[in-house]
Design a protein around this ligand. Structure first.
Ligand code: BG6
Length: 492
């Protein structure tokens, strides 16, 4: 357990959804397991002018909604006493001066300060500018100042670079914490450890043995009430550009020189930069998009995306798949198929690795698979050939199945882990600017080509498996999406 300096966490957008559902409950849980420094104070900043008592009541309602089975009243007393409120009315020219007065002159607040910007992306740069103007991000007298920027960091490469240019006028890279919440998931952190703390995986983790890799995410949920946001974003930018490419980086990176934030991030940056740009003139062989149509999920009829949006002309994808190649000696020639989708038949995120054919082939045998389940099941599975007991020489596929999560293990939400890392000053699970840039550089040409092509997008019924039409991106006839983590999940 690393030591955390006494610090103040300033939450911008504290009454928003992220704060209600993840941040406040996450901080409360960290407090209940004794992981918050005794001196930690939380200053919520909001537009509304409300009293401290009213804000504390509001926090209570957030916790009540999250912890339906109740919580320890002693921890609650301790937690609520850490919480303060500051009204920052949008049109008040002195808003940030007042914030500074409160933070700096009120001795209750420790001077190591982390600002969590859970605000609209257009407000990231202006908030940092205003904090800087009143001197709130300057590190002095041995005190640190850190700023957390929520996803998305830009909407394409130029806007990410512009945001970077703006905030780096005031902040060093070590002060900037760019969120990709998947990096806070224990299952993702496990990829690195499973690969490099075992001797049995690394020797076969290359193009000599691996036929192809699939990194896939599916949700049964639709876009819900986020239609406007989603229609300006799409699946490619919402999930592939961020969470799935980070999962790919952890799966494909070389061994880091050490487990320091620099070591891990350098290795990820290197592999992200080695991904070959997608040839836009052959886009149909490398990228596939689709939209969910009406269908049935969990026995319930659900409308299609265009219906939910109320605009039949939208070409924004709810299913996005790419084929990528990594130009380095380890991965030369191995396709990485990545895909994300809303409203498919199951909710599942995993890495599925198919190995090449064994030199000895008995009957019509399957190839070996190694599957790393990220969610909902955190597991590692291996499919191997084994003799069917009896007089004949015949094989069948059996599955070795190990749960990474065992009864009694801690269930830590990604945001809890990330909040702790933030206070510890460990940004290895946050994005470096070079990662954000490499990810945008890769997807931007596809986003642009898709936006320009106004032909109606392929439709798949909600609740179905991958559309057959997505086959176009596969290199070989015998390759297609594995539809499930279970034995037989590679058969269609
Ligand atoms: C978010 C996306 O970043 O990640 C959502 O904006 C998506 O569209 C979500 O549903 C998935 O996160 P998780 O942790 O539920 O897999």
């Amino acid at each position: 357990m690393s030591k955390i300096d006494p610090c103040t966490l300033v939450l911008f957008g504290a009454s928003g959804n992220l704060s209600r559902v993840k941040l406040m409950p996450g901080l409360f849980r960290l407090d209940s397991i004794g992981r918050l420094p005794a001196e930690l104070k939380i200053l919520s900043v909001g537009r509304q002018d409300i009293s401290l008592a009213a804000w504390r009541d509001e926090i209570k309602s957030m916790l009540d909604a999250k912890f339906k089975k109740g919580y320890d009243p002693k921890v609650f007393e301790r937690f609520i006493a850490r919480n303060y409120y500051h009204a920052n009315p949008p049109n008040d020219p002195d808003a940030f001066k007042n914030l500074r007065a409160k933070l700096v002159f009120d001795t209750v607040f420790p001077q190591n300060i982390a600002y969590f910007l859970s605000v609209r992306p257009v407000d990231f740069a202006p908030v940092v500018d205003q904090l800087a103007e009143v001197g709130l991000v300057t590190e002095k007298d041995g005190h640190w100042r850190r700023v957390v920027i929520e996803k998305p960091f830009g909407t394409d490469l130029p806007s990410a670079q512009e945001l970077q240019k703006s905030i780096s006028k005031h902040l060093k890279e070590s002060q900037i914490y760019r969120i990709d919440h998947y990096l806070g998931k224990s299952a993702l952190q496990n990829i690195l450890l499973q690969r490099f703390t075992n001797t049995i995986l690394e020797p076969i983790w290359n193009n000599q043995y691996i036929d192809h890799v699939q990194i896939t995410n599916t949700e049964m949920l639709g876009v819900g009430d986020r239609t406007q946001f989603y229609d300006s974003t799409g699946a490619l930018r919402d999930m592939l550009q961020s969470h799935i490419l980070q999962t790919l980086a952890l799966t494909a990176m070389e061994q880091p020189k050490d487990l320091t934030p620099e070591g891990v991030r350098d290795a990820k940056i290197k592999v992200l930069e080695e991904i070959r740009p997608i040839p836009v003139n052959e886009l149909d062989k490398y990228a596939f998009r689709a939209q969910y149509a009406a269908g049935e999920v969990n026995g319930e009829r659900v409308p299609g995306y265009l219906e939910e949006l109320g605009d039949s002309s939208s070409v924004v994808e709810t299913y996005a798949a790419l084929k990528l190649f990594i130009d380095n000696p380890r991965w030369k020639g191995v396709p990485f198929y990545i895909r994300t989708a809303k409203r498919l038949h199951e909710a599942d995120t995993r890495i599925s690795i198919r190995f090449k054919k064994a030199p000895m082939q008995i009957n019509d045998q399957d190839q070996n698979w190694l599957i790393i389940g990220i969610q909902p099941r955190e597991c590692i599975k291996m499919e191997i050939q084994s003799k069917i007991p009896g007089l004949d020489i015949k094989t069948r596929t059996i599955q070795l199945d190990a749960a990474n999560r065992q009864e009694g293990d801690d269930t830590v939400d990604a945001y809890e882990a990330l909040l702790l890392n933030l206070m510890e000053g460990d940004n290895s699970n946050y994005l470096h600017i070079s990662e954000a840039e490499a990810q945008w550089r890769l997807v931007d040409p596809v986003v642009k080509a898709w936006a320009e092509n106004r032909k109606p997008v392929h439709q798949y019924p909600a609740g179905s498996r991958d559309p057959e039409a997505s086959k176009v991106i596969f290199e070989a006839e015998d390759q297609f999406w594995r539809y499930s983590i279970e034995l037989g999940g590679d058969k269609h």
